[in-house]
Design a binder for this molecule. Sequence first.
Ligand code: KG4
Ligand code: ZN
Length: 355
Amino acid sequence: MLILGFESSCDETGVALVETSADGPPRLLAEGLHSQVAMHAAYGGVVPELASRDHIRRVLPLARAVMTQAGRTLAEVDVVAYTRGPGLAGALLVGSALATALGAALDRPTLGVHHLEGHLLSPFLSADPPEFPFVALLVSGGHTQLMRVDGVGRYALLGETIDDAAGEAFDKSAKLLGLGYPGGPALARLAESGDARAFSLPRPLLHSGTLDFSFAGLKTAVRTQALKLGDRPAEQALADLAAATQAAIVEVLVKKSLAALVATGLHRLVVAGGVGANRCLRQQLDAACARRGARVHYPELALCTDNGAMIALAAAMRLQAGLDLGSHELHFDVQPRWPLVEPAVSGAKAMASVS
Ligand code: KG4
Ligand code: ZN
């Protein structure tokens, strides 16, 4: 079965073609990605209206390029998948409208995918795919969650951020250090030449006894330290503060992930979402999990941030698991706010909290 997937929830336009087979994992045949980072950089962050317009400009040429690259025709596509949410409403509507129109024109079902499910399942496209069950650390620009994953569609929330997401902490701290947008990768780069011990920053909720996170206080502490550095901070001081910020975020993510493995008794961790590209996080998670005899799985580096492949893949895995058939209805609805795990299930949080 051939699944064509569209991602347009935020500032990347992604299109990908995935093929399922009866006797193996889904395969990525071709993908195309256009990042809007350069366009939004001038504004210091994502401008939703500009994002929507750019998705409109990019999505069809990308789709054509993907079909050509795969050597397939649209007539061969069995299901058209798209990101239904969460994300920016106008941006989501571009992928949703196109997928619904294509589905109608080709007389094929469409399938709206949860963006976080895409991130969560993206390591299944890697050379070293995980096996169920596992603990997932989802760290993106808008979400920070720990989940127990028992299979496709079988997710239980173990903990999540009560305020800012880890990616947001990277981005907002980077802004305070004058690093512009997108802040996470820039802060990580600067941190490489810094000494994390030069500043003492808080590790919020580290000893809370739960698997929840909080990063808003860290941002305030970074602001206080950045102000102390004055108008013309020395390059080394900035690098040290960047390193200290990264170390604080990474330590909390690593300790809580390990606590989640202990609480669930599982020995497999999957890391997904943009912050999963962070080298320091990967090194420390690898080391901590090795000490516990646990394995860590990451998506391929290029699939950590938003992309169309993870959306086509999530659709493929939902179809294979019999969780979805797709829809022939001519409605395109998006869910700008959409929890992956419904609140009733998140009651599992209390059960899984560490003592
Ligand atoms: O998953 P993603 O591409 O988009 C969302 O769904 O939010 O994640 C984007 C986030 C941004 O906050 C970005 O700064 C962060 O991931 N990020 C990083 C790195 N690469 C991307 N943060 C730290 N280090 C990185 N290398
Ligand atoms: Zn994302």
